[in-house]
Ligand binder design. Structure first.
Ligand code: V47
Ligand code: SF4
Length: 386
């Protein structure tokens, strides 16, 4: 298949089944595809077909740009009151006193923040386990102090799972809780905790944490307060293609309503050291297909992000031909959630130069962004050594 963007023509192979041809023409003309068409693309769309269409959509939205940002992570604790079966990271319920458990003091958190004074980072990403003693007011004060140490920093913090627990413990509505955090300096929400929205599956893999409706309500409330957020989907475990499209559909509907999502981040299930270790991980082909269908289906999301510390640098680079326009994780990606789950990259840190090279190596134009996708630096002309 070929898309000639200069003459705005779509050339489909003669032998392409009629329903795929129809979906291809819809996507090419900017028409939204249906739930059934989403499932069909997963089931029957061959990789080159999906790549061409996803790439067409991504170039219409983002040209040849590939975004990255300079951020650092703080993971205050991996103690967690919940017991998600896919999680390799949480300690406490299962292994109290485990040597891999940690609980940072406030001073330890500020020490990390202070180490970034004068460094060109624009965002801090704060997320961790759900600790019974670290409540909403405790974190609100931490955010306020972080903003005093690094006044210009964007604070992207707490998944809907953490927020649901904090609000419940503080006996506050989601709106009241989020408003307090916002007033103390929280700017946006990361996309974690979404897992898979189908209620039956959610009940099988993470029964005790926030429900699908609570996840969606928290993000809707945040958007209503002017806080942007991300969305994720954990894939490659016990779900099928219907479940994936159902997940994308619920996100597409909420985005139609609020427009508050920045980016969608598919998260590949990794099977090391968790209660679902008996499952095999899906192939790279499946990862690429998932990026492509997500890009096509979520026609109201501006960005699709591949999280390279999770899928590895090579797959992240390939994903740029399957609808992805954003690669996360630079400088010091100190997140442990993936290295403990068996991610490709056990030492997730890339220098800006390495990241620029990775993007240029895929024939794309690297740009540094801030959290809200304003361009901070254009690396299009940067010298690189292949
Ligand atoms: O919700 C946990 C996932 C998420 C495993 O918003 C696992 O910019 C795979 O959401 N295999 C938390 N995934 C991390 C997250 C995130 C990461 C990077 C950027 C952003 C953003 C958000 O990690 C959890 C869960 O879905 N996770 N265990 C596992 N074994
Ligand atoms: Fe806790 Fe998050 Fe792990 Fe679930 S995925 S057990 S909520 S740290």
């Amino acid at each position: 298949m070929l898309i000639d963007t200069s003459s705005e023509k779509l050339f489909l192979p003669e032998n392409l089944p009629a329903k795929l041809k129809k979906a291809g023409e819809k996507i090419f003309s900017g028409e939204r595809i249906t739930f059934e068409e989403g499932v069909m693309l997963f089931e029957e769309g061959e990789l080159p077909f999906l790549s061409a269409l996803a790439n067409f959509v991504r170039e219409k939205k983002n040209g040849n740009f590939v975004y990255f940002n300079r951020n650092f992570h703080i993971e205050p604790t991996n103690y967690c009151v919940f017991d998600c079966k896919f999680c390799s990271y949480s300690r406490f319920l299962r292994e109290r006193g485990d040597s891999e458990a940690w609980e940072m003091t406030e001073e330890e958190i500020y020490k990390i923040v202070k180490s970034y004074i004068g460094k060109p980072v624009t965002e801090v990403h704060i997320v961790g386990g759900v600790h019974p003693k670290m409540g909403l007011q405790y974190f609100a004060n931490i955010i306020k102090n972080i903003k005093t140490i690094l006044p210009g920093i964007h604070v992207k913090a707490f998944t809907a799972v953490e927020l649901e627990y904090m609000c419940r413990k503080a006996k506050l509505s989601f709106k009241e809780g989020l408003k307090i955090l916002k007033d103390h300096g929280q700017d946006s929400l990361p996309g974690g905790g979404a897992e898979i929205f189908d209620e039956k599956l959610r009940n099988e893999i993470c029964a005790d944490k926030c429900s699908t409706n609570e996840w969606l309500e928290i993000h809707e409330t945040a958007h209503g307060l002017g806080m942007a957020s991300n969305a994720t989907m954990l894939y490659g475990h016990i779900e099928n293609y219907h479940h994936r499209v159902d997940h994308l559909e619920r996100l597409r509907q909420l985005q139609d309503k609020t427009g508050g999502f920045n980016t969608f981040i598919p998260l590949k299930f990794r099977n090391k050291d968790n209660q679902m270790s008996n499952l095999r991980e899906v192939s790279v082909i499946e990862d690429l297909k998932n990026y492509a269908v997500s890009r096509i289906y979520l026609d109201n999301f501006n960005h699709i992000k591949s999280y390279w510390p999770m899928i590895g640098r090579d797959t992240a680079q390939m994903s740029l031909d399957f609808g992805v326009d954003d690669i996360d994780g630079t400088i010091d990606d100190s997140t442990k959630i993936y290295s403990m789950a068996g991610a490709e990259d056990q030492n997730p840190a890339l220098s800006t130069q390495q990241l620029v090279e990775l993007i240029k190596g895929a024939g794309r134009h690297p740009v540094e962004r801030d959290t809200l996708y304003n361009i901070v630096n254009d690396f299009g002309e940067a010298e690189i050594n292949f």
